[in-house]
Design a protein around this ligand. Structure first.
Ligand SMILES: NC(=O)c1ccc[n+]([C@@H]2O[C@H](COP(=O)([O-])OP(=O)(O)OC[C@H]3O[C@@H](n4cnc5c(N)ncnc54)[C@H](OP(=O)(O)O)[C@@H]3O)[C@@H](O)[C@H]2O)c1
Length: 167
């Protein structure tokens, strides 16, 4: 079982704007769903608010520092990323994958724990972006897969599915 990060970014590493995504990419949604279904998904409280509900067919974990926060239906709440990694990764010997699904604050903290990064790169620059994916070094990460798709009727921009593995 590995710790995976999954994110969709623009050409400036932008992730979102006003607690929403930068654009809709239906094929990226499908890609996200097929990778994360039947796995554990870990997200920050703001990303949870943005999604608005627990994701079906996944074990949902929300991170918040607010001790009064009540777990929404279908989700578990933790106050520490380290605790989540310890409980669901280190102590867990089964094959369930763990995906860190954002947002920016959580990606910055989770990069050190990750084995793989599933990155969608949208070939556009969204100047309004207000949250960013962390920089990561190719000295530490190796690209192991790259597939590029062209814009079509349902996708305004060209986009790329990449996988990086820790060296
Ligand atoms: N493009 C993508 O792939 C993608 C994916 C996900 C999200 N996003 C976008 O990213 C934006 C949200 O990202 P964000 O950085 O603003 O927020 P976030 O990372 O989703 O959530 C931040 C919140 O998580 C909690 N938190 C952070 N670190 C913690 C820790 N170590 N322990 C416990 N709780 C912790 C805090 O919640 P409390 O304030 O409750 O204490 C904090 O306010 C939105 O625009 C969203 O659409 C994009």
């Amino acid at each position: 079982m590995s710790v995976n990060i999954i994110a969709a970014i623009d050409l400036n590493n932008g992730l979102g704007y006003k607690n929403d995504l930068l654009c809709k990419l239906p094929n990226d949604m499908k890609h996200f769903r097929s990778l994360t279904e039947n796995s554990i998904v870990v997200m920050g409280r703001k990303t949870y608010d943005s999604i608005g509900k627990a994701l079906p067919n996944r074990l949902n974990i929300i991170l918040t520092r607010n001790k009064q926060y009540t777990a929404p239906i279908g989700a578990f709440v933790y106050q520490s990323l380290n605790e989540v990694i310890e409980k669901y990764h280190v102590q867990n010997n089964n094959d369930t994958e763990l995906y860190i699904i954002g947002g920016s604050e959580i990606y910055h903290q989770a990069l050190q724990f990750a084995d793989q990064i599933y990155l969608t790169i949208i070939e556009n620059k969204f100047p309004q972006a207000d949250v960013y994916f962390p920089e990561f070094s190719l000295n530490e990460w190796k690209m192991i897969s790259h597939k590029r798709y062209l814009a079509d009727n349902n996708h305004q921009y060209n986009y790329n599915f990449l996988i990086y593995s820790r060296r």
